[in-house]
Each structure stands twice: as structure tokens, then as C-alpha cells.
Design a protein around this ligand. Structure first.
Ligand SMILES: [Zn+2]
Length: 74
């Protein structure tokens, strides 16, 4: 798993971050806080957004692929 798997997209003036489950390839996409629109936002908060995106992915992995995680930890 690598941090670069988090993608940032911009559509119709709104920014989104997206992450894809490496197991089942389900895509999760969330809008970046629309109140933070200054051009430096994405660079400045890229790391924090990655952490939020990975939290989202970890929750998905635990909920949907808990068996795989237990197996991998042994
Ligand atoms: Zn999945």
C-alpha cells in the first residue's frame, strides 16, 4: 500500500479525493471541504487528506475484508 494511491480530482469547481480498495477495487470518493478554496490548499493539506483517506480505507478493509487482515497478521 502506498500513499500515492490517493487521487485528487477537480470537477466543476469542487475538489475531491479518492481512494480505491486494493482488494475489491471499490472506489471511495469524498469532497474536500469546500470552505478551503485557496489555491495552496491541496498542497498544504495533501498529507492530512491522505490520512483521512486511509482511515476510510482501513475502515473498509476491517468491515469488508477482516478475514484477509487477520490472516495476514499471523
Ligand atoms: Zn474492498
Amino acid at each position: 500500500m502506498h500513499a500515492d494511491e490517493v487521487r485528487f480530482v477537480e470537477r466543476q469547481g469542487a475538489r475531491y479525493y479518492a481512494i480505491e480498495c486494493p482488494v475489491c477495487h471499490a472506489a471511495y470518493e469524498h469532497q474536500v471541504n469546500p470552505h478551503l478554496r485557496d489555491p495552496g490548499f491541496l498542497e498544504e493539506f495533501r498529507r492530512e487528506i491522505r490520512m483521512v483517506a486511509f482511515d476510510m480505507l482501513v475502515n473498509h478493509l476491517l468491515a469488508e475484508h477482516g478475514d484477509l487482515i487477520d490472516e495476514g497478521a499471523q
